[in-house]
Design a protein around this ligand. Structure first.
Ligand SMILES: Cc1cc2nc3c(=O)[nH]c(=O)nc-3n(C[C@H](O)[C@H](O)[C@H](O)COP(=O)(O)OP(=O)(O)OC[C@H]3O[C@@H](n4cnc5c(N)ncnc54)[C@H](O)[C@@H]3O)c2cc1C
Length: 390
């Protein structure tokens, strides 16, 4: 097999890259280890920045999102028994975010690729990349038990944090920056109408809690928990009780419902530099991870592949490599600003085991400042709706 761009991973980064390349006349093949059903049902992120929404709309894959997604123009910050709204619309000149589940974005992208006979291969085994320090890189894999090879001009490593592309780059050329947080999120997906029109981020003495949603019928709720927590110790009633304690207010209770899914996710900040080695380009979670507090993981993946698609299209139309050469630097400027924001939201809203009463007063003062100063609220709002795309 041969193509121009071989893409490892059919998550949001790989699929969007393949679609954007197609729109610019560049051929690609997407190779995925899991089944199509698994990838399309994997519940993860759900908040799309203003720029991500526009990217999907401009690429012709935003129609269902515009019909079914929920446009939000603010969030609530809850602390010291009060809620304070951050009004994105007013603070950012009319911008907002779209609540639309990541797996729905994935379904829309898969449909768009298949509608034009895009090449997507699922359930591949032993995926491996080679010769990417030369001009004819290869991706090797087994399909239905048979060994196959894809020769390409470039490889896009869109295979997430646990993929094979990043570890294939010689360790000596990579710089890794990492912070692992001393807590995790216990999250549930519940058949319950969201109890609030907008997301509520709660700072509570028992730990952080988040009220989010995926649709008018489905709530997505999280509580901070120890990283080593076992989900088996959390029957549904105990989770609802903890959520009621952390999110509840006088005269206000969460609407409960049946728990459809539950799980515990560790929290880390991670960046690898550079995001390119030879003809292998890393994009999305394969290059960076953010704690989910800022709702940025999926958006950062979309921003990377926008830059990569444009650089590859420029190369194929003019032979110029300047955008490809600048890929890593261009992406990392955004990555680090998003890392800063995600770290800041996480540090402001969570309880840390080593903190003392001074730190708690400081966190409360920070929340008070963010919600009472227009300059501070604007800073939160412009980062949350998404910094401008290049
Ligand atoms: C449990 C969980 C909850 C999350 N919740 C949020 C949230 O609430 N808000 C938020 O903003 N972000 C959240 N994120 C992060 C967000 O989902 C990711 O940032 C986003 O999925 C990144 O997209 P990606 O395409 O780069 O990587 P991925 O979505 O991880 O896609 C990578 C793809 O590569 C495939 N793959 C891996 N290895 C191979 C291989 N060897 N060969 C072929 N294919 C391979 C994988 O199966 C996968 O389909 C969450 C992540 C997780 C894990």
């Amino acid at each position: 097999m041969r193509t121009q761009v071989g893409i490892v991973g059919a998550g949001p980064a790989g699929l969007l890259l393949s679609h954007l390349l197609h729109l610019q006349g560049v051929e690609s093949v997407v190779l995925e280890a899991r089944s199509r059903q698994y990838v399309e049902e994997r519940v993860r992120a759900g908040v799309l920045e203003h720029g991500t929404v526009n990217t999907l709309k401009e690429a012709g894959v935003g129609a269902r999102m515009m019909r079914q997604g929920l446009m939000h123009h603010g969030i609530e910050l809850q602390f010291a028994k009060r809620r304070h709204r951050i009004d994105f619309q007013e603070l950012t000149g009319g911008k907002g975010v779209m609540v639309y589940a990541q797996h729905e974005v994935v379904k829309d992208l898969v449909e768009a690729r298949l509608a034009v006979q895009g090449q997507l291969y699922y359930e591949l085994e032993d995926v491996r990349v080679s010769a990417f320090d030369g001009s004819k890189p290869k991706i090797h894999f087994r399909r239905d038990g048979t060994a196959q090879e894809l020769t390409c001009d470039f490889i896009a490593g869109c295979d997430g944090f646990h993929g094979i592309c990043r570890p294939s780059i010689p360790a000596r050329v990579l710089n890794i920056f990492e912070r692992v947080y001393p807590f995790a999120w216990l999250g549930i997906l519940a058949q319950a109408a969201p109890s609030s029109k907008e997301l509520i981020y709660a700072y509570h003495e028992r730990g952080f809690a988040l009220l989010s949603m995926r649709s008018p019928e489905i709530s997505r709720l999280y509580i901070q928990c120890p990283p080593e927590e076992d989900i088996a110790n959390w029957p549904d009633e105990k989770i609802w009780q903890e959520l009621q304690t952390r999110l509840g207010m006088d005269g206000w209770k969460l609407t409960e419902g049946s728990v459809l899914q539950k799980g515990i996710t560790g929290m880390r900040s991670f960046v690898v530099e550079p995001m390119r080695f030879g003809s292998l380009f890393l994009a999305g979670d394969s290059a960076h991870i953010v704690p989910p507090t800022g709702a940025k993981g999926l958006n950062l993946a979309a921003a990377d592949v926008r830059v990569l698609a444009r650089a590859l299209a420029e190369y194929y139309s003019s032979g110029k490599t300047h955008l490809l050469d600048a890929y890593s630097e261009t992406c990392l400027r955004r990555v680090w600003k998003v890392q800063r924001f995600s770290w800041w939201m996480t540090s402001m809203l969570h309880r840390f085991a080593e903190e003392n009463p001074f730190d708690q007063r400081r966190q409360l003062a920070e929340l008070d400042y963010v919600t009472s100063s227009r300059a501070a609220s604007t800073s939160l709002a412009e980062n949350y709706v998404g910094l401008p795309l290049d």
